[in-house]
Ligand binder design. Sequence first.
Ligand code: NAD
Length: 312
Amino acid sequence: EPDSKIAIVGSGLIGQFWAMIFAGGGFKVTIFDIYPEQISKALENIKLTLSKYEKQGCLRGSQSAAEQAALVTGCSDLEKCLQGASYVQECVPESVDLKKKVFEQMDPFITEEMVVATSSSCICVSQFVGNLAHKHRTLVAHPVNPPYFIPLVEIVPGPWTLPDVTAKCRALLEQVGQSPVTLSREVAGFALNRIQYSIINECWNMYQDGLLSAEDIDRVMTDGLGPRYAFLGPLETMHLNADGIVDYCNRYAQGAYNVCKTFKPPPVMYDVPTAEKMLKEIEKTIPVAKVPERRTWRDERLAALAALKRNL
Ligand code: NAD
């Protein structure tokens, strides 16, 4: 419903992104934070960022940056922030105790019409809503940084989440231009990090074995798998690399299995000596002091890729 309101609880980096995404979809957004001065800072930052996106041609939605910024208001009272909201996105720092506290504070204001999502990157919702009256209306909606340009959202329902809540969450995220996936149940790392860690593990092991340099390992992704994966996933890749995925398995499964049998177990914690050795290499092109600058570069490249994919 276009008139319904979105509530954002916690207005740091991710809370601000969510506010801009929902405003881009034409929704009224109210942001709350425990620090009133953070709310003003967030509103100012949202206004500046939307106008920057407008100038760069990557603003979402049909309204101007000023019109979108006007949809976002601040509120230093949690109850008022949630009042009349159809959807709540919690974005407080990643800590079980803090999320528990914030969800307990929200519980009396949650209605049977609301969907209440946490942005949590690793914590499953069942770890902090077990005692709530409205636990059946809560779930994880985990975005990927920067969510304005990387549309994936992982929806992870808890054991008590009503199917209708999961479905509503997915429909709303699609409506505002995100690209949700739904897990059937909670699992450590959700889907993205399970895949990401399996990649990092193999990179780590190959580096430790002296197979190739840090730069060349990254190049395998940026100039090899990465460009392909921007458009099709590993399963469709199998399907296209033969006459369908069954034919792929008939032809290549034995070869793949022979390779997989040479994999080492996951590295036991990413060890500091290996990380320090990698740092020496990586620092030749990106000194640690230049990391913030490089993050800006990354976000610009991702914005350009998002625009390319939109316009193809
Ligand atoms: P952040 O530190 O930038 O923002 C957190 C905000 O929450 C701050 O403004 C803080 O003042 C506010 N806050 C603290 N206690 C509060 C309370 N009791 N009530 C209301 N507000 C409170 O953190 P972030 O990077 O935006 O992360 C927020 C959540 O999103 C975390 O769960 C994180 O794991 C998840 N997430 C982060 C990223 C990322 O790349 N940063 C990506 C995906 C998901």
